[in-house]
Design a protein around this ligand. Structure first.
Ligand code: OOG
Ligand code: MG
Length: 241
C-alpha cells in the first residue's frame, strides 16, 4: 500500500475507534516510511481544519520502553483537537483501548523553554491489542489521542529530578521522577529538535512539547478521575466519561 493509503487506514481506525492489524504485518515499512505515513495522517486532520500545536516525545523512559517492547525514542504531532481543558471531562466513546500517563510539558519560547506544566497524555494505539513495532507506532502518530496541560509556570529548579505521580480516584497508581526521562526532560527537547529536523519539521515558539511519560501508562476507564502530580509544578487532571 502507498503512504497515502496507509495514512487513510490509520485515520479511519481513529475516527471509527476500530483497531486495525499492524501495518508491518502486510507492508514493507521502515522508520522513515513510517514518519511519512504519520505526516500524511496528520495532513488529513489539518485538511479537516485542525491546527498543529506542538509535538510529543514517546519512549523516553525505560518504564515506557519496557511496557510496549520498543526501545527507540519516537515523536508524534499534537493538534488542537487533541487538547482537553485541565479539569475537563473526556468521553471515551471515541477511543479503542485508551491508556493514560503522566507527563511534563514545556511551552516553547523564542529562545528555549518559556514555561513548564504538569500534564496528562491519553494514548490509544490504533492497533489490535496495543501491540506494535517501531515503524507501526511511529506511523500511528505514536499512539497520541488526547492531552491535558495544567497551569504553566516558570521552569522549576531541579527540573531534572522532580517527583511524578499518577493518581486514579485519589490513589497513586504510578510513581516516578523526571530523571527517568532521558536523565533530564530537557534532553528530550534536544532530542526532539534533532529528530523532527531530520524529517523537515522545525519546532515553533508557542508550541507545546510533551517530554514523554516517566512511568508506564495505565488503562483509562469511564468514571475515572485522573491526576498527574509533578513536584514543584502542581497538577493536571481530567474526568473520564
Ligand atoms: C507509545 C507512545 C509513548 C510516551 O510518553 O512514552 C508515549 C505508546 O506507549 O503506545 O507517549
Ligand atoms: Mg506520552
Amino acid at each position: 500500500m502507498t503512504v497515502t493509503e496507509l495514512a487513510a487506514l490509520l485515520d479511519d481506525a481513529a475516527v471509527n475507534a476500530t483497531a486495525i492489524p499492524q501495518l508491518t504485518l502486510a507492508n514493507e515499512l521502515d522508520v522513515d516510511g513510517a514518519y511519512a505515513v504519520q505526516e500524511a495522517l496528520i495532513a488529513r486532520r489539518l485538511d479537516r481544519g485542525q491546527r498543529l500545536v506542538g509535538i510529543k516525545m514517546g519512549l523516553t523512559s525505560r518504564a515506557k520502553m519496557a511496557q510496549v517492547g520498543v526501545h527507540e525514542v519516537i515523536w508524534g504531532r499534537l493538534t488542537d483537537a487533541m487538547a482537553v481543558p485541565d479539569g475537563g471531562q473526556l468521553s471515551l466513546d471515541g477511543f479503542i483501548h485508551p491508556r493514560i500517563e503522566p507527563e511534563i510539558a514545556f511551552l516553547l519560547g523564542e529562545n528555549g523553554i518559556a514555561a513548564a506544566a504538569p500534564a496528562l497524555e491519553i494514548i490509544d494505539s490504533r492497533y489490535a491489542d496495543f501491540q506494535f513495532t517501531h515503524p507501526d507506532v511511529v506511523a500511528d502518530n505514536t499512539s497520541g489521542a488526547a492531552f491535558v496541560v495544567g497551569p504553566w509556570q516558570p521552569v522549576p529548579a531541579g527540573v531534572d529530578n522532580l517527583g511524578v505521580l499518577l493518581e486514579v480516584d485519589g490513589k497513586v497508581v504510578q510513581a516516578g521522577s523526571t530523571a527517568a526521562i532521558l536523565g533530564d526532560p530537557r534532553r528530550a527537547l534536544t532530542e526532539g529538535r534533532a529528530l523532527t529536523a531530520r524529517y523537515g519539521l522545525a519546532l515553533e515558539p508557542g508550541w507545546i512539547f510533551l517530554a514523554g511519560a516517566a512511568t508506564a501508562a495505565v488503562p483509562l476507564t469511564p468514571g475515572a478521575h485522573v491526576r498527574a502530580v509533578v513536584e514543584g509544578l502542581g497538577t493536571a487532571s481530567l474526568k473520564a466519561a
